[in-house]
Design a protein around this ligand. Sequence first.
Ligand code: TYD
Length: 170
Amino acid sequence: MKIEELLILVKPDGVKKFLTGNILTKLSESNMIIIGSKVVKVSEKLAQAHYYHLRDKPFFNELVDYIQGKVYGDSWNMVLAFVYQGDDAISKMRRIVGATNPEEAESVSIRGSYGRITTKGLYENVVHCSSNVSEAMREIKLWFKPEEIIKNIYATKTIIVDKEKKIIWA
Ligand code: TYD
């Protein structure tokens, strides 16, 4: 058994096309469990950090706008983020998700079924799926706090935070 964790994002095009249900149904074929989930309004800082490895690509700025949902207007500037866990999770999930380029993705995969290439040439491929164990750890730590995941998957430490500004229910 090779238990792995990975980050899945339903990107803003997936949210806007109301594909979340279809995507989660497809992903459930993997028999993985969800150990963290939330809706996120993506900041520019988070978008840039997530796609840091592509910072030199000509499509980087467009990609950062895309993951923030900027192209779809204010109602769709969100992604759904999930941490999945299971045996051989990354390669199993990437098979279900399909190739990065929706035109090259298998037609039964999520990206093959629902993705498109924009007229500007950007791949709107509906979901993000971590590509390997070290990227998965980097991404999960970027998107989730330890208390938002119901299992202890990575080492943590306790710190005392003084005078932290917090919004609570009024
Ligand atoms: P990448 O991390 O290479 O692929 P994946 O998402 O499959 O791990 O690329 C990140 C995103 O950048 C990808 O989901 C869509 C976009 N992208 C393009 O628009 N054009 C490209 O040529 C590539 C490689 C990626």
